[in-house]
Design a protein around this ligand. Sequence first.
Ligand code: GDP
Ligand code: IMO
Ligand code: MG
Length: 428
Amino acid sequence: MPAVVIVGAQWGDEGKGKATDLLGSRVDYVVKFNGGNNAGHTVVIGDEKYALHLLPSGILSPGCVPVIGNGVVVDLNVLFQEIDGLEARGIDTSALKISANAHVIADYNRTLDKVTERFLGSRKIGTTGRGIGPTYADKMNRLGVRVQDLFDEKILRAKVEGALEVKNQILTKVYNRRAVGVDEIVEELLGYVERLRPMVADTALLLHEALADDQTVLLEAGQATLLDVDHGTYPFVTSSSATTGGACTGSGIAPTQITRVIGIVKAYATRVGEGPFPTELFDADGERLRANGGEFGTTTGRPRRCGWYDAPVARYAARINGVTDFVLTKLDVLTGWDKIPVCVAYEVDGERVDEMPSTQTGFHHAKPVYEFLDGWSEDISGAREFSDLPDAAQRYVRAIEQMSGARVSAVGVGPDREQTVVLHDLLG
Ligand code: GDP
Ligand code: IMO
Ligand code: MG
């Protein structure tokens, strides 16, 4: 009954999609448990490159059932666009299952996401503008529309009416926008019903039955630990639970069923949007990381902010998630530096602090304390065994492992599925 969780250990875009795809052929189910189409997971298989937003990366593995769990917020237009795009490329998506309890992103929430950001001005979060925050806010406010509501027009209409009573006040009186009509929202949502019907299931029950039958379930996070609404750098976070706890609430799988937690961590660090980032670089090294790593958002195309590896952040993620194994990605991007700085602690208001400060002010004031590790100049993209890596690269991996609170079980040396050095079997 193994349930295995994949989480991001930094600020997102660590390479969760590649890791999920790597394991896809060996698991029976891949579940997306949080977030929505704010995520962008790129998977490269030979000459083919796929950018997935709403669908779990397991959709690319034949024989694996992809599941959108109850913790996800679903933009139905994006869902069907993504399905059509994959089908046109010969990917069979017919096994997809969607939780009846997942919430639906309505058009007014996309509008509210964008106007709220504009209204916030310099205090903005830098969201993806996909309506994620307002949809989760509705869920907590008990004003949300769920997938199951679409199958009962009377209930759907009543729920949309209830939500719009509040939303239209905000749209017209606070943001000076036009009021939204109930009919236009209901009609749009009803337009998806027939296509949606065969996909909707009691996914928690489905997953429990699979686990009882000794099948393997992989739970794939969107976003990452430092973007988690509880454990991230609040308020500069997304609005969902991107950590292992979220894997349980967002899928209906119990904590006692999780046997392994795989933390994905980049060999350096990136962040998209606003918020604190102690090791951020504003110099030629930052530019070089961005260029070598192709660090431009999969979802919005924004240049990602780049910086050095931050060990206290990785340790924090290891603790919050119960990471059993790290996958260290994009080691190849660091090729060519003589010395590679790694943040081992912070200086906060003149004092050395070894762990992530627990307050927003403390983390905003944190200045990295660096150790300088030896670099390497050899091309490592063809490495498949740990011994294929140059000595300095091996030492970098071992040093990071020692600092980060869990063993490194795989190392990424390129975007392709094959470009991975496996040290310990991630499922065995
Ligand atoms: P995710 O959101 O965590 O799935 O990560 P993204 O897909 O947004 O960003 C990771 C990017 O790095 C993608 O373009 C991947 O194809 C690429 N990638 C993943 N692992 C590696 C690696 O080991 N080396 C290199 N060079 N690229 C990688
Ligand atoms: P993956 O799954 C990186 C960031 C946004 C913004 C904040 C809130 O590809 O790792 P939101 O639209 O979620 O309300 O935006 O979170 N963000 C991500 N950054 N990778 C992601 O997903 C992200 N999803 C959201 O840039 O700062
Ligand atoms: Mg991404």
